[in-house]
Ligand binder design. Structure first.
Ligand code: DGJ
Length: 716
């Protein structure tokens, strides 16, 4: 519910469990008042920060909680907006002008218009509420209403002010290629801490535009947590600034690094969404809320209801060395083990014998596929399987025909060599002709080969940029979204996987267009435990993709040997794909893979429509236990993965969450045995929700790399 009180000039955004208050002060500035646990009446909340008068001229205040921080007067905090007007003034004093509150199809929207005290310049702050959720999505429209040009060198989406004068602990995710989404916790002290990225074309492997703040004591199930996500897949910047009054302000938006946006008369700049939430019930509730948001609002409605097919992909078995014979051989084997979608990954196009050539030439390599790709597509379709292809349309190799035709399309500087990460150059997608080329390329491939799935990869950060424009970094990402929007609009039944050298685009900017996200190129089962826990903290587990998340063993990254059962169980926790070379696998191995694929198909409707509860976190325990509770709460799966076990460690009973205490449940699972020397657990038992949640189930992992899956179903 959004309200405005004319008398007290206070705005209130109230959800089931949170309140967000702002007010217009005596100088017509928009101040933030409160964000936290639900309070009904905004008039009962006072200004929090010391408010000292008398030292400075009237109308000048010590820093206050500006709802949208600009560089002005005594405001020394990191600004959301830095403007340079035509006469050289680099200062922006925003005051309230008007506002609207409207009901929308999905909730409510508040728009507050602020304008500069002198210059013809407006900033519109939008707040979107979603029915049934405790989230607020903010964004900002910055508009030049005057005749003269203005320059923007900082243009963030907005701020968040968690509780004042309390310990503030930050949780963010950091990492690198093959080690994405590693959760980090730190206590904030006076000063500024930033998570950001300047690699240009992705939110990055190194940082995720996501954070959570608690008061140092929150757990999975208890404590106040403020959290936020920026819907942006390029350079972003989130600053956490704890000032000398012990007030934390978080500001999030596109990065100000190497960017200048010029607005001519009547031009505007719209910032990405910044979605934030508050819960008093710990981190698990945060994830649950974000899952609801994705299921009900963010992701394509029809596709999210369907089960995602099991993939067999050529990357891990053959990398670039794909050809017609191997692919035709694979299809039958893939179908035999139960895969439903066959994907030719990198290597099928141009003169792609190695990584130095091919990118940009999106025609089929006749040396590898003398009859084109049609026989492969037709064979898949005739066998009832889907067919998909890998592309990397934002890139070009210098040896390609495309580079010879359009060297000017490559991002580069005069007098500088292109860095060529992975031997490739980045096309300047901020150009409209490149946007059209990229769109026509994928459009043609999808229709020519009747594709059911496209894996769109991106394997090089932006190094050299361009001298032609200073807003390339922003326009690039907006054009990227435009191609993905067109793909989704024209081909609503095609499945799209967003891949960026593993997971460098696992963010809410790309998520609305992505049916699957490559979580990581690292498929080692033990590493994946941490990677998946990070990923699924803010993204639905069903989106967790990758070329083969039922991995090979020994693993190619570290030589680790892990049983197939463990690898297959782990494959069930995301979007299953098989990365084992079926042409080389033994008969026994093939039969075992087939068995687990069949098992997964029996429970996929639960795993892909569930909340993930971290009953025992891999970050703090050598036994990870994850509960996948179906959204209707009538069934659940419990996955257990042991690693790093010592001294016959025994494990605390697994206490489930989210069930109905008075309902009876059937618990099945062949693996929840207590070692045979003691006693055999029954294959099936009945327990009420209260016992499952308060007493729990005893499990006894048999040392390293033991795993199990339990199924819990409400008995009608
Ligand atoms: C990186 C991706 O993450 C992999 O899955 C694979 O598609 C390779 N690129 C292909 O070059």
């Amino acid at each position: 519910m959004i309200t405005y009180n004319e008398q007290s000039r206070r705005f209130a955004i109230i959800t089931e469990n949170s309140s967000y208050f702002m007010c217009i002060d005596e100088d017509m500035r928009l101040r933030h008042l409160y964000y936290g646990e639900r309070i009904e009446n905004p008039d009962e909340v006072s200004f929090e920060l010391p408010f000292i008068k008398g030292i400075l001229k009237p109308g000048t205040h010590f820093p206050f909680k500006a709802e949208f921080i600009t560089k002005e007067k005594t405001q020394f905090l990191e600004p959301c907006l830095f403007v340079e007007f035509d006469d050289g003034t680099r200062d922006c004093q925003l005051v309230y002008k008007s506002h609207t509150i409207e009901k929308t199809e999905t909730g409510e929207k508040l728009s507050i218009v602020l304008c500069d005290r002198f210059y013809k310049f407006e900033v519109v702050l939008n707040y979107v509420l979603y029915n049934g959720l405790n989230l607020i999505s903010k964004n900002t429209v910055i508009r030049n209403t005057g005749e003269k040009e203005v320059k923007l060198t900082k243009m963030k989406s907005g701020t968040m002010y968690p509780e004042w004068n309390r310990p503030m602990r930050l949780m963010h995710m950091a990492g690198r290629w093959g080690a994405e989404y590693q959760k980090k916790y730190m206590d904030l002290t006076q000063g500024k801490f930033t998570i950001d990225n300047t690699r240009g074309n992705c939110a990055s492997h190194q940082h995720i535009p996501f954070f959570a703040i608690d008061e140092g004591d929150a757990t999975e199930t208890k404590g106040n947590v403020w959290y936020g996500l920026l819907h942006w897949s390029g350079d972003f910047k989130i600053d956490f600034e704890l000032n000398y009054d012990n007030q934390l302000v978080v500001s999030a938006g596109v990065n100000d690094f190497d960017v200048c946006v010029t607005l001519k008369e009547n031009e505007e700049f719209e910032t990405p969404l910044f979605t934030m939430g508050f819960t008093d019930s710990g981190y698990e509730e945060m994830s649950r809320e974000l899952y609801d948001y994705q299921y009900d609002y963010l992701l394509p409605e029809e596709k999210i209801k369907q089960e995602f097919p099991i993939i067999y992909n050529t990357w891990y078995p053959y990398e670039l060395e794909v050809n017609e014979e191997k692919c035709l051989g694979f299809i039958e084997k893939a179908q035999y083990i139960g895969a439903e979608l066959f994907v030719i990954d990198d290597g099928w196009f141009g003169r792609r014998k190695d990584l130095t050539d091919g990118l940009g030439d999106w025609w089929c390599d006749k040396d590898k596929f003398p009859n084109g790709l049609k026989p492969i597509a037709d064979k898949c379709h005739s066998m009832g399987m889907k067919f998909g292809l890998w592309v990397e349309p934002e890139m070009v190799n210098k040896k390609s025909d495309l580079f010879k035709e359009h060297p000017e399309w490559v991002l580069s500087f005069p007098n500088r060599e292109n860095t060529e990460i992975r031997n490739q150059c980045v096309l300047d997608l901020s150009r409209d002709d490149v946007l059209e080329f990229v769109w026509e390329t994928v459009d043609k491939l999808i229709s020519d080969y009747d594709l059911d799935y496209v894996k769109w990869d991106m394997n090089s950060y932006i190094t050299e940029t361009t001298v032609h424009t200073r807003d390339m970094r922003i326009k690039y990402i907006k054009n990227l979204y435009e191609v993905w929007r067109r793909m989704n609009e024209k081909y609503p039944h095609v499945l799209f996987e967003n891949c960026a050298a593993g997971g460098s685009r696992a963010d809410y900017g790309m998520a609305p267009y992505s049916d699957r996200i490559n979580r990581s190129d690292n498929s080692d089962p033990v590493d994946v435990l941490k990677i998946h826990e990070g990923f699924s903290t803010y993204i639905l587990p069903r989106l967790a993709g990758g070329a083969g998340n039922v991995a090979t063993s020994p693993h190619h990254l570290n030589g680790r040997i892990v049983p197939l059962k463990y690898r297959a169980h782990l494959g069930m926790t995301g979007s299953m794909s098989v990365g084992i070379n079926l042409l080389k696998a033994s008969k026994e191995e093939i039969e075992e893979i087939k068995y687990y694929v069949e098992e997964y198909k029996k429970v996929r409707h639960i795993a892909q429509d569930a909340y993930l509860y971290r009953l025992s976190s891999v970050y703090t325990s050598n036994v990870a236990v994850w509960e996948y509770l179906k959204r209707d709460k009538k069934s659940a799966l419990v996955f257990m993965f042991a690693n790093g076990m010592n001294f016959r460690d025994s494990v605390p009973r697994v206490k489930l969450r989210g069930l109905s205490g008075d309902k009876l449940y059937k618990v099945t699972g062949e693996h929840y045995k207590i070692p045979e020397t003691f006693m055999e657990a029954p294959k099936e038992r009945y327990m009420h929700g209260d016992a499952l949640m308060n007493f729990g189930i005893r499990i006894e992992p048999m040392g390293d790399y033991d795993s199990l899956v339990l199924r819990i179903d409400e008995v009608e």
